[in-house]
Write a new protein. Structure first.
Length: 303
């Protein structure tokens, strides 16, 4: 893909989504040599569109969010004959492909980042940049919103979640403040939760003190790490010889899981293509700040 092609594609997707590390993803998966590719985290379809424009492959597009699937369908309509949308979390990749009569694929992408549509359009409380309902579910039909747990979990369990998934050193102070404030009135919005956290620990530096807690609650409510641990071995199982799995992680908890599973894979069957994680260039971060924490790892089934 030439620089001109990439620029044209980025402009086309600008109002939807800018795919992270598009050149690197294309280099590792090489869609022109593929007949079947899975985008396990399709979102608005940024990476999927890249695959479609540069190959004749069939795309199997997973998403747990039916609202997101509507956006992707619209964005991918030009290639609808080669797109199969699958309403499922990517952790069910093996089972879902089998249901669709697919025994294996040549490439799989898992981009674990949160879609901008979830932040800007769906108003599910993933961000506290404006006041939204405290929901945080990526699939709004799956279980209870995070507000249920914020208002019902014991203090020690809440603190453990904030520490485990957010690496928040002040998790005990934050949990204690949440318990105190919810006794006065239920915590139902992102604005109120963010204010409670800021008042409990203060603010120092540019990063809002609620950032790690919000990350922790989002990971917890969506079972993100559990899904990832389940999915990667299944992804490796469904790769054809010569097929490649690419995973883009955005925080250390995710990246550690990917690194360890890759490291422990059968060395006679799989080749790790990234000794160290690939990170975005300075130019990409400048043009797409959402990419700044991305780490890409790739592994290939030996041909």
């Amino acid at each position: 893909m030439t620089a001109q092609d990439r620029t044209r594609l980025t402009v086309h997707l600008g109002r939807y989504h800018t795919p992270v590390m598009p050149d690197e993803v294309m280099e590792f998966i090489n869609p022109s040599q593929c007949s079947a590719i899975v985008d396990g985290t399709t979102g608005e379809g940024g990476h999927t569109l890249l695959f479609l424009k540069n190959s004749n492959a069939n795309l199997y597009c997973f998403d747990a969010d039916s609202e997101m699937m509507i956006l992707a369908k619209k964005n991918l309509t030009e290639y609808k004959d080669r797109v199969t949308q699958i309403h499922s979390n990517y952790s069910q990749i093996k089972e879902q492909l089998k249901e669709h009569g697919i025994n294996g694929v040549d490439g799989i992408l898992l981009d674990l980042g949160i879609s901008m549509a979830h932040i800007k359009n769906f108003k599910r409380g993933i961000t506290f940049s404006d006041d939204q309902p405290l929901d945080m579910r990526l699939d709004a039909t799956d279980g209870d919103p995070v507000s249920y747990y914020v208002n019902s979990l014991p203090e020690d369990e809440l603190a453990d979640i904030i520490w485990k998934y957010g690496d928040e050193r002040k998790s005990r102070y934050i949990a204690k403040s949440i318990i105190t404030e919810r006794r006065k009135e239920k915590i139902l919005t992102t604005g109120r939760l963010a204010d409670i956290i800021q008042k409990s620990v203060g603010r120092h530096g540019k990063i809002h003190p609620a950032t790690r807690t919000f990350q922790a609650l989002r990971i917890f409510i969506n079972r993100e790490l559990e899904h990832l641990e389940t999915a990667i071995p299944k992804c490796l199982d469904v790769l054809f010889p010569g097929g490649t799995l690419v995973v883009i992680a955005y925080h250390s908890l995710e990246d550690r899981i990917v690194k360890n599973i890759f490291k422990n894979s059968d060395k006679e069957e799989f080749q790790i293509l990234t000794k160290k994680p690939v990170v975005p260039s300075d130019d990409e971060i400048k043009n797409n700040p959402a990419a700044r924490s991305a780490k890409l790892r790739a592994i290939r089934r030996i041909d």
